[in-house]
Ligand binder design. Structure first.
Ligand code: PLP
Length: 376
């Protein structure tokens, strides 16, 4: 059985004619940077997001940096965020001279624990960054309420959660700006790098656009220090082909998650992904918890059967050498650290078949039967 974490070639094959036509159209037009293909995709994605403003940018990391810049984040500012996320969430803040302030996660959802935020607020705090990890919304009500009370910006890192909802509302639109990634393996992936900033406020969209365009609205009349970050036209045209399929792909991911859950229902040895009642999970990842001392052996056992897995994320950000100056010792974020030891993400993509899912689950069950805990 040929099982992949993500099957990009199968997806290309299914859309090949439409992709070839879209790419040919861009090549014939000569409009490679900005221009009609980017504008069309921004409008289409804006419509998908119920009329939100969408700015296509170079990648999800730039989207975060631009949102942070638009919120006025800079040297001396603190930005509250989880440490159980991809590096870019913190990197973009640090690049601007701000300090990431890491707060522990809710062990069920892997997302920021909102009840721990207030204790981390200082006079330097400027923003809170909920990350909707693995495709499931963070618990937003309390986060938004705290931000309002302390006059903080909320920047949503929705890189893994395109289309996900919180109490019926799309994630990425609840704070000051939302950030998407179109990295190829994302739920809506380009065939290269890409990203977007979402906003519901015209002034914010204008600020983001200016910052992404060298701090200028009018060419050669720069008013701010910005960056150069654009979604390129080829990627925009590809994303326009793919966007109409997003909801069906999401449904297929959810169906896969349901099948995995059904297989694991009687296997106490693994903890299935928790489904928060407030969230529509879009399952960018299907992530189990397993006993920490068995995780690597399980991954090796699966690999030997041709089943790939991934650990997102083995090193929490506060324990990375680059963030050593923050002085966050081992044990300072216990749930984040435990998650980093226990998580294992299984293959997850819309093309996964019921047989493949059954085989993966069966292989895990066989391993679990022979597992004996390492004596403490
Ligand atoms: C949570 C999170 N934030 C930010 C990013 C950065 O996105 P990109 O790789 O497009 O720069 C990613 C993905 O890679 C991500 O998973």
């Amino acid at each position: 059985m040929n099982i992949q974490m993500v099957d990009l070639r199968a997806q290309v094959a299914a859309l090949r004619d439409d992709l070839d036509a879209a790419i040919a159209e861009v090549l014939s037009s000569g409009a490679f940077v900005r221009g009609p293909f980017v504008q069309r995709f921004e409008e289409q994605l804006g419509a998908y997001y119920g009329g939100a403003h969408v700015l296509g940018v170079g990648n999800g990391t730039d989207a975060l940096q631009l949102a942070y810049m638009a919120a006025g984040i800079g040297p001396g500012d603190d930005v509250i965020m989880p440490a159980f996320t991809f590096f870019a969430t913190a990197e973009a803040a640090a690049l601007l001279g701000a300090t990431p302030v890491f707060v522990d996660i809710d062990p069920r959802t892997f997302n920021l624990d909102p009840t721990l935020i207030e204790a981390a607020i200082t006079p330097r705090t400027r923003a809170i960054v909920p990350v909707h990890l693995f495709g499931q919304s963070a618990d937003m009500d309390l986060i938004l309420e705290i931000a309002e009370r302390h006059d903080l910006a909320v920047i949503e890192d929705a890189a893994q959660a395109v289309g996900a909802r919180y109490k019926g509302r799309r994630v990425g639109l609840m704070g000051d700006a939302g950030c998407l990634s179109f990295y190829p393996s994302k739920n809506l992936g380009a065939y290269g790098d890409g990203g977007a900033c979402l906003s519901t406020n015209l002034a914010m969209d204008g600020t983001l656009r200016r910052l992404a365009n060298h701090g200028s609205e009018r060419k050669y009349h720069n008013t701010h220090i910005g960056i150069n970050s654009r979604l390129d036209a080829l990627q925009a045209a590809i994303l326009s082909v793919k966007l109409p399929h997003l909801d069906a792909w999401t449904a297929a991911r959810q169906d896969t998650a349901d099948r995995y859950d059904a297989h694991f229902a009687d296997l106490d040895w693994v903890t299935q992904p928790y489904r928060a009642p407030y969230a529509d999970h879009v399952f960018h990842q299907y992530t189990l918890r397993v006993p920490a001392d068995a995780r690597d052996a399980l991954a090796a056992h699966l690999r030997a059967q041709g089943i790939p897995t991934m650990v997102y994320y083995p090193v929490p950000l506060h324990r990375l050498p680059v963030f050593e100056p923050l002085n966050m010792a081992e044990g300072s974020l216990p749930e984040t650290e435990r998650a980093a030891r226990e998580v294992l993400s299984l293959p997850m993509h819309p093309e996964l078949t019921a047989d493949q899912i059954g085989f993966i689950a069966e292989t895990i069950a066989v391993f679990a039967e022979t597992y004996t805990p390492v004596a403490a």
